[in-house]
Write a new protein. Structure first.
Length: 80
């Protein structure tokens, strides 16, 4: 079952090198095997994250794919 997300390494995507903390390499897209994630890749991830029935819709406000792309880019910038 592919997600259409391109070159995400499933082994690395599910692992972390340390405890979750703001910032640091654990928070950057590079740590997930996406050091140079382009708009197409992030949009594919965001579309998959926002399909009907996904838990992202449990937020107390509507969430769309554009918001997810913005959040991914912001988290990546803060994690570098």
């Amino acid at each position: 079952m592919g997600s259409g997300c391109g070159s995400v390494d499933p082994e690395r995507a599910g692992s972390r090198s340390g405890p979750a903390s703001p910032g640091g390499p654990e928070s950057a897209l590079a740590a997930l095997g996406l050091p140079d994630a382009d708009d197409e890749t992030l949009s594919a991830i965001a579309r998959r994250a926002t399909v009907a029935g996904e838990t992202i819709h449990n937020e107390p406000f509507p969430v769309d794919a554009a918001m997810v792309v913005d959040a991914l880019r912001t988290a990546d910038a803060l994690g570098r």
